[in-house]
Design a protein around this ligand. Structure first.
Ligand code: FMN
Length: 201
């Protein structure tokens, strides 16, 4: 029996790209561990970028009404978050960044409305990150991981593991590396198990 709820976010514009293929494997692993996994494909959502009007400053509620509210509520109700994105110009994809920017309303809620001090909040959620880039540079994932770290802070999420793959560019490239797919599957399985163990404490 596994009571953990996980949200898996597909951040690539490609439906069958490298990150989507890896995330599907992680989802499969988590489900095989019994977790309840909700999949969100960002390219299918109606998501406006943040307008920076700070309509959220009274109650931390974003004024723009679109698919953000539903995605936010799923994420906040989950114990685990799987985030998959290709490296686009050394950070996350535009789809993923738009979602993250809309969470500024939660940043406002946490730090302005509820007046939480930095570092005071509990990390109640865990995150598994899957990222892929075409090149092989040492700093390929630095920008993305910094962005994710500050996004995770807003939603009280601890980075549990980051699966980072270099040298993958064209759709299907990841299929040449079955060991990457196995690693993603096993990570998903372990992630769900650990979330469930944590919930039982
Ligand atoms: C707009 C755009 C920007 C990109 N920027 C980078 C980059 O900065 N560094 C890199 O190594 N690859 C970059 N790439 C290549 C992708 O990271 C690579 O093709 C990846 O495998 C795509 O993953 P996906 O199939 O999950 O979409 C970029 C691709 C696009 C379309």
């Amino acid at each position: 029996m596994n009571d953990s709820k996980i949200v898996a976010i597909y951040g690539s514009p490609r439906r069958k790209g490298n990150t989507a293929t890896l995330l599907k494997k992680a989802v499969e692993g988590a489900r095989d561990s019994g977790a309840d996994v909700e999949e969100i494909v960002l390219r299918d959502l109606k998501l406006s970028p943040c307008f920076e009007i700070y309509g959220c400053k009274d109650a931390g509620e974003c004024r723009i009404k679109d698919d953000f509210q539903k995605a936010r509520d799923h994420i906040l109700a989950a114990q685990g978050l799987m985030l998959a994105s290709p490296v686009f110009f050394y950070t996350v994809s535009a789809h993923m960044k738009i979602l993250m920017d809309r969470f500024q309303s939660l940043w406002v809620k946490k730090y302005w409305v509820d007046k939480v001090s930095a570092g005071q909040a509990n990390q109640s959620r865990k995150g598994l990150v899957i990222a892929v880039g075409a090149t092989k540079g040492k700093k390929l994932f630095d920008g993305m991981l910094l962005t994710i770290r500050y996004f995770f802070d807003v939603i009280d999420t601890e980075l549990w593991k980051a699966l980072l793959y270099r040298g993958l560019d064209f759709e299907g490239d990841v299929l040449k590396f079955p060991e990457y797919l196995d690693e993603a599957y096993l990570a998903g399985k372990k992630f769900a198990r650990e979330l469930n163990d944590g919930a039982a404490i």
